[in-house]
Structure formats: structure tokens, C-alpha cells
Ligand binder design. Sequence first.
Ligand code: ASP
Length: 303
Amino acid sequence: MREPVVIATWPFGRLAAETALQLLRAGQPALDAALTGAQAVEDDPNVRSVGYAGLPNAIGVVQLDACVMDGRTLRCGAVAGVENVRHPAALARRVMEKTPHVLLVGAGAQQFALREGFPLENLLTPESLQEWENRRARERPPTPGGGQPPEAGDHDTVTVLALDQRGDLGGVCTTSGLAHKLPGRVGDSPIIGAGLYVDNSAGAAGGTGVGEEIIRVAGSFLIVEAMRAGRSPQEACEAAVRRVNAAAVRRGVHPARVAFIALDPQGRTGAACTARTGFQYAVGRGDKVELVTAREVEAQAGN
Ligand code: ASP
């Protein structure tokens, strides 16, 4: 029997890790544990970038992205730009289980939620509306790519990776994405291979931070394939951050805030982030969950 392990992004991931660890220790499958952990964060109104009370887009609407992946079968499901559904990760799991598809978006994802019995709710709280108004008041001119460059506090995702007692890996990723994003903008979080990838035969990886940069390098798939090739989770995460840095250097921009976490089939964990991301993550094993500060990888010529 394997010792269960869970790893989750950001200090608010502690809630996800604690919830998931209890279930893993009780013998629950990795995906169930990761999903219940992620859902606890979706429900927490104090976490302003995930689920209920998530960050609204440019027109004040909360649009959520999520995905799930089962490392034993490579089955996966995702939803993107879904409105009024508090638990997009659970909806992503229904896409995996009840449809032949992987990804449903927007109105179609919401219709599917209704069909599956998910209630439609207002996810905008008075606090998130107030923040949206404050941000509008300090809007700066758009960058050449359009829109505002993301700032710390403008985004964050809970990504949860779990290893269960049978040695199976499962992962979940859920977010409201970037604050004030263009309506319809989709980040890395519901994109299998970008925000999440899980394969029992190599490992699990997930991302957080500016999703465009993670999609550009297929970040989570890159990490899992590096583990398959023999790198440790730590080495694989650092290599992926170097790739993010190199992609920024090639475009002549500073690397955005990006962080990765990884977990291998032996239960080893790793994490790394771009410079000045200040990324912390929660690791649960045994009966303890600890917060760990990730190594920052500076951009350099030749990265
Ligand atoms: N990766 C998310 C997105 O781009 C945001 C975050 O994790 O900070 O939508």
C-alpha cells in the first residue's frame, strides 16, 4: 500500500490539501480526494480567484475554468468560460464521465450543468463587485497585446495533485482566471497538457499564473514528459520555468508570474516559479500539511 501524498497551489491550497489528505488516508481514490479538496476552495468566499466569489471579467461577469484528469486511464474532462456554476471542477468530471468529449465551453457547458442538476447561482459577491469597480477606476492604457498586464492578486488557481494508496494519480485545476479578462478568454487551467496533466506511468503536474505563458509551452505536459525521461519532479518543474523564461526572452518581454507543481508515482514532489512570483504551495503526507516556498528560476540568456 502506497503512502498517500497531495500537493496544492498557493497558501489557500492548504484547505484543499487538508481535505484531500483525510480522504486519501481513508482509502479514497486520488481523483475523488483531489476534487473534494478543490471544491472546498471553490466554496470558500475568502478565496477570490476560484469558484464562488471569483474574479469577474472586464464586464463584471464571473466566468470559470476547470479540468480534471485520472492518471490511471488518462480520462479527462474540462469546462471553460462557464457562468453561474459554483463547482466547475465537478462539472468537468461529469464531462469526463457522461460525455464522449473532453471540453465544453460557455453556454453549452452551462446547459450541460443544468442537465446534470447543477444549480445556477450568482457567484458575484458584494466584495468582488467592489474590487471590480476599484480596478476599473485605476485602469491604465492597454498594453500592445490589448488589455491590462496582470498584477499579483489579479489571478490564482487551485491545482491539486494526489497519489492514493493504490498508487493511482489524479489531478484537478479550477479558477476564475485573470481578473478583468476579455469575456470569453480561456487560460491554461481547463486545457489538458497546459494547466494539468496526469499519467500514472510518469507523474502529475499542474500550473498557476498567467495562463497564456503556460499554454505557450504546454507546461504540465512538458513536466510530465520530463519526469518520464527520468527527471525528478523538482528538476522537471525548474526545466519548465526555464522554458517559460526562454519564451519571454524570445518575445523581448519580462517573464510573467508562472508557477508549477509536480508529483511523481513514488510520491516525490517538486515546484518552481518565475522570478518574483513568490509562490508557496501546500504538501500533505502522513498526518501533516506543510506550506513550502517554491524555488524562483531567473531568466537568463541561454535559458
Ligand atoms: N492560470 C490561471 C489563468 O491564466 C490564473 C492563475 O492561476 O493565476 O487563468
